[in-house]
Design a protein around this ligand. Sequence first.
Ligand SMILES: *[C@@H]1O[C@H](CO)[C@@H](O)[C@H](O)[C@H]1NC(C)=O
Ligand SMILES: *[C@@H]1O[C@H](CO)[C@@H](O)[C@H](O)[C@H]1NC(C)=O
Ligand SMILES: *[C@@H]1O[C@H](CO)[C@@H](O)[C@H](O)[C@H]1NC(C)=O
Ligand SMILES: *[C@@H]1O[C@H](CO)[C@@H](O)[C@H](O)[C@H]1NC(C)=O
Ligand SMILES: *[C@@H]1O[C@H](CO)[C@@H](O)[C@H](O)[C@H]1NC(C)=O
Ligand SMILES: *[C@@H]1O[C@H](CO)[C@@H](O)[C@H](O)[C@H]1NC(C)=O
Ligand SMILES: *[C@@H]1O[C@H](CO)[C@@H](O)[C@H](O)[C@H]1NC(C)=O
Length: 489
Amino acid sequence: MDTARILAGTQVIHVLFVLAATILLRSNVVHGRHLHHWDSFDYCAISCRVHSASLTDFGGVGDGTTSNTQAFQAAIDYLSQFASDGGSMLFVPPGKWLTGSFNVTSHFTLYLHKDAVLLASQDESEWAVIEPLPSYGRGRDTEGGRYISLIFGTNLTDVVITGDNGTIDGQGETWWNKFHKGELQYTRPYLIEIMYSENVQISNLTLVNSPSWNVHPIYSRNVIVQGLTILAPVTSPNTDGINPDSCINTRIEDCYIVSGDDCVAVKSGWDEYGIAFGMPTKQLVIRRLTCISPFSAVIALGSEMSGGIQDVRAEDILAINTESGVRIKTAVGRGGYVKDIYVRGMTMKTMKWAFWMTGNYGSHADNNYDPNALPVIQNINYRDMVAENVTMAARLEGIPGDPFTGICISNVTIGLAKKAKKVPWNCTDIEGISSGVVPQPCDALPDQGSGYISECNFPTESLPIDNHEIQTCSYKRKYSLDNHVTGHL
Ligand SMILES: *[C@@H]1O[C@H](CO)[C@@H](O)[C@H](O)[C@H]1NC(C)=O
Ligand SMILES: *[C@@H]1O[C@H](CO)[C@@H](O)[C@H](O)[C@H]1NC(C)=O
Ligand SMILES: *[C@@H]1O[C@H](CO)[C@@H](O)[C@H](O)[C@H]1NC(C)=O
Ligand SMILES: *[C@@H]1O[C@H](CO)[C@@H](O)[C@H](O)[C@H]1NC(C)=O
Ligand SMILES: *[C@@H]1O[C@H](CO)[C@@H](O)[C@H](O)[C@H]1NC(C)=O
Ligand SMILES: *[C@@H]1O[C@H](CO)[C@@H](O)[C@H](O)[C@H]1NC(C)=O
Ligand SMILES: *[C@@H]1O[C@H](CO)[C@@H](O)[C@H](O)[C@H]1NC(C)=O
């Protein structure tokens, strides 16, 4: 559709309308020769959309080598006008769509067909450099700015990024190599980052080989992440799965993650920058997560937790060949808190540490952190877990003069590996209780007897994000076999 390609970028609605009408006419003329088919399907989303377009309407070429950056941005710029008129959806058909970064908009759905693959451009000039996050003060890899994420959105409401398991391929290898060689001027891009937004859904996609973190909702509320498959080599640097960061009311469900860093890393800013910004992550639900991460944690809390982390509930977790189960990472100078953490129903197979808390993680943004800013780690509850082939049950290391308190572990059976450490528990500067835990915990977690199993609390009332409704939406669009649009509903 060459005419559309020329027009892409100029948002003259009536011209597009005439164009559409012309195509409709033309296809009617050739009706006998062209086979038409309907692209129609149902999908689940927080909001359905009245308007839609296909990437091919804006000159997209799915050959794996043509850049579609302009096509994506032109399509989304055009569709953004429908924000207050029922919203819009951009459909990405089967194909390999090479693209640099593009920005999404409000009341908008990006939908990837199962055979659609977004290929992230490896050309650094296709990635704008943006300011560091205010709660971090600098980029995570380098001082100063950072490459914008592949799919980026800020100050939005009602954004859906979904599909029937379409793929986003970060083609991260060149970024990993440059990172290892110290050749990057800026912090590596993430695959999806949504900032300062509310009502966000990211679901039913496969994300592979991210240059760095995969999914990063930050300074946002009402976020649903569901049905993601996230894959990266287990040796790839910082390929965290999902990082809710200074977010309120988040639900992460039914995800399968194999990666080179933490499967889920809960964060809220770094040292003095995070303390000053002061936005916690709270009211987070994580359920039905499968994680494989031989060098990192299933769920990490920190290390950037200076805005605070509170009320995290995780359940039905399966970990295989992973370094640690739940890990709290913090340091003197972080300030903030990690409190009211509830985890139950976790199965772990082949782990180095079932539980790990680290009070001396270090890793400071710069040397201006406040040595008196001590983190508060309090009310941490783990229950109903089974682990096998574990090297060491727990390494729980608080901060001298700033103990981690209110730790409760109950109904946990840890089977040790043949080559296990002689002392299965090592606890320093922590306080708490235990009940029904095998092997017997350290003296800092005295056994309360089996009657106390129910003491390790797990809240019974649900969080508001669990009442957030997901609707069934329908998409219907008529195509001719050569993929030219012939009309749509
Ligand atoms: C994801 O897909 C599954 C079917 O595979 C469906 O049951 C679920 O509702 C979808 N969820 C979202 C949020 O897209
Ligand atoms: C996307 O948004 C960011 C931040 O607002 C901006 O710097 C960037 O230029 C935008 N990209 C495009 C293609 O408009
Ligand atoms: C986005 O929202 C933040 C926080 O409310 C505000 O500081 C910032 O100026 C907004 N940015 C834009 C581009 O509107
Ligand atoms: C989505 O695709 C990935 C990668 O091919 C696959 O492992 C996963 O099982 C698929 N998920 C669903 C729900 O089909
Ligand atoms: C103990 O944990 C197991 C799962 O590991 C669970 O099936 C069982 O119901 C729990 N027992 C109690 C008393 O909660
Ligand atoms: C137990 O863990 C070790 C690594 O610590 C691994 O080599 C071995 O295969 C595991 N055994 C089983 C039965 O999973
Ligand atoms: C226990 O942990 C402390 C603090 O991390 C460490 O200094 C000590 O060597 C450990 N002890 C054993 C027996 O591993």
